[in-house]
Write a protein that binds this ligand. Sequence first.
Ligand SMILES: O=C(O)CCC(=O)C(=O)O
Length: 318
Amino acid sequence: MQQDIKTPGPHHSPTRIQLGAGTTFLPGKKDESVKELIDHVLKHGYVILPRLFSETLVEEAKEEVGRLEKAEWEGRRREGGRNGFEGFRTRRVYALADKSRVFDEFAINETVLKLNDYFLQENYLLTSFHTVTIQPGEKEQSMHTDDGLINLPRPRPLMGIGTMVALDPFTADNGATTLIPGSHLWPDSRLPSRSEMIPAIMPAGSMVYFLNTLWHSGGANKTSQPRRSLTVQYCQPWIRPIENMIVAVGWEDLDAIPKRLLTLLGFSLNEFMGYVDGRAPRTGVEMRKKRLVEWAVKQKELENEKRRSGKGKNESKL
Ligand SMILES: O=C(O)CCC(=O)C(=O)O
């Protein structure tokens, strides 16, 4: 694999584009088929992609969300998240890429990737992929930008893209994502107010696609039905350590590593950044280890079973 690794060299970057006083980015390839969508995002900071996903896929996804929520939430004392940001009446199933193959299409949709190819730099990454089910009675989430933890002044480089996929229709009453059109252009000195927010009303199967510098929030659910959705978020390719320390280090005996070093290696959180399945990375690693051991035992049993039945066949031939 060595030959695939490029050495750092001079960057022949295109000219950086600045959007108002809020956002800058290096434009990538502009596919003609998404030109109008790109123009909408440049002007408003977001675009709604109506009925991007088929009814069949949406139905399958809703069923799978139901299955995962049942597995993860039944018997829990909490009705929803651990804090106001997660939403006390909002259920999230994290690590979708690990738990099911039903959601894959939502992360690699051609139109979305074409938009990303323009707004993000080559080799961008998936940074968040989970369900967001806003249950009846949930309040509005606090207004935020998804790059809020990155302490750089505006206009600031675009760190990533956020998307919300409506599995149920998003309405003004059921908790549709609310956003402030044009707020990706604002300087740091301008703060958002609720009165400026509009709901991203869209039919099931649609997506709202937005820049990380856009002010938005989950809406309040005033209906009697949950608002089911997925969030798929992408980030710039350089938002990561040079060596992937978490994979580079064997997990067999992490306790042998000094705690301070473990923190530096990334077995730690920055606010909530760095979570694994919504938990601290060490907890995530222990879960994965347990699963690997169970898998290895099962493999061994299957091998033994095969050997036994093979032997049985030979015996019957004799
Ligand atoms: O649920 C939504 O509509 C938005 C959620 C959101 O912005 C977030 O959790 O960061």
